[in-house]
Design a protein around this ligand. Structure first.
Ligand code: UT7
Length: 321
């Protein structure tokens, strides 16, 4: 049966590095606290780079690696919650920047789960025979949504993008799984511009990120193992068959806890948040590209991708490389 194969990966992070010590100069925090509670040592912060610029760089790399021309892309899905514009959507900006003239494109909003939801959506189009080649990109500039006086959030996030090219093939995605729980939406939010129309007689206000860290932590360590187990059971695959669990890079303690709950060896959980922090939609493809370029992935390897975040949303994809 026709499925969806990842045939190229790419990534881009901004030039500017902000270390934990740099943040200790703007809020009451320190390197020891951030490292021990999160595993984060530094992050990239966009200065000149826009969301679509980062996304387009990652996309170009992925296309280059796959040896696919931009004109051959049918669909561009951008997972983001920090686009450059309300409209046009980021996918259209990327289309213009890379010359993917034949592609339809739109954005998917599911915060840190966005990349997995976008990949699963591309898979649905490919499996239905509607499209053959798609670019799936996760790109976020959360630095512009952060309250830089709130130490509970501003130390956790970084900017970055990752991309994959997927194509119809006889092996690749084995199974997909997605969940949402809007009743818990309040634990991780970023308001959009508020209504300031003439009838209200006030100016619109900007939204900033708010988070109940412990609630998000509890949600992640409960729901991620659960969804991975569901995904594997539905696809009659054992935990032992999985070469790597490529999880959203929010906090190393979340990853350790998921590994423990799954009774899976921690060496199967690659991590790079030490250098990038939580890049939201960018985190999974950024890590996947790093693994791919290091030669960690061999044909036939089975991997699980899993994202979790605001919504609340969580999702997972079982892939044969
Ligand atoms: O993509 C999903 C995005 N969200 C997440 O991944 C968040 C998941 N949650 C977490 O990662 C953790 O809950 C945090 C890292 C956010 C916080 O770790 P924690 O172990 O849950 O700490 P806490 O919130 O219980 O705070 C412990 C103490 C508090 O001080 P008191 O009340 O004990 O005096 C905080 O005020 O640490 C304080 N604190 C800080 N101290 C130094 C909070 N942030 C900082 C900070 N530096 N940056």
């Amino acid at each position: 049966m026709m499925t969806t194969r990842i045939v190229g990966t790419g990534a881009y992070v901004p030039e500017q590095i902000a270390t934990n010590d740099d943040l200790a100069r703007i809020v009451e925090t320190n390197d020891e606290w951030i490292r021990s509670r999160t595993g984060i040592g530094e992050r990239r912060i966009a200065t000149t780079e826009t969301n679509s610029y980062m996304a387009a760089q990652a996309a170009k790399q992925a296309l280059d690696q796959a040896g696919i021309a931009p004109e051959d892309v049918d669909l561009i899905l951008l997972a983001t919650s920090s686009p450059d514009y309300c409209f046009p959507n980021g996918a259209c900006e990327i289309q213009e920047q890379i010359g993917a003239v034949n592609a339809a494109g739109y954005d998917i909003s599911a915060a840190c789960t966005g990349f997995v939801f976008a990949l699963n959506t591309a898979h649905a189009f490919i499996q239905a025979g509607i499209y053959r080649t798609a670019l799936v990109i996760g790109s976020d500039v959360l630095s512009k949504l952060l309250d830089w006086t709130d130490r509970g959030t501003c130390v956790l996030f970084g900017d970055g993008a990752g991309a994959v090219v997927v194509q119809a093939a006889d092996r690749g995605v084995i199974g997909v799984k997605m969940h949402s729980d809007g009743t818990k939406g309040g634990v991780l939010t970023c308001g959009a511009r508020t209504n300031g129309n003439f009838l209200l007689g006030k100016k619109p206000e900007l939204g900033y990120m708010t988070m109940d860290g412990q609630e998000v932590f509890k949600f992640a360590v409960k729901k991620v193992p659960e969804i991975i187990k569901e995904l594997l059971e539905e696809n009659r695959t054992s935990l032992e068959e999985i070469r790597y669990f490529v999880l959203h890079q929010a906090n190393y303690r979340i990853i350790e806890s998921v590994a423990k709950r799954l009774k899976a060896d921690i060496s199967k959980f690659p991590a790079n948040m030490e250098h990038y922090g939580n890049t939201s939609g960018g985190s999974i493809p950024l890590l996947l590209d790093e693994m791919n370029r290091k030669g960690m992935l061999a044909p036939g390897d089975k991997i699980v991708l899993s994202g979790f975040g605001a919504g609340l949303t969580w999702g997972a994809t079982l892939v044969e490389w």
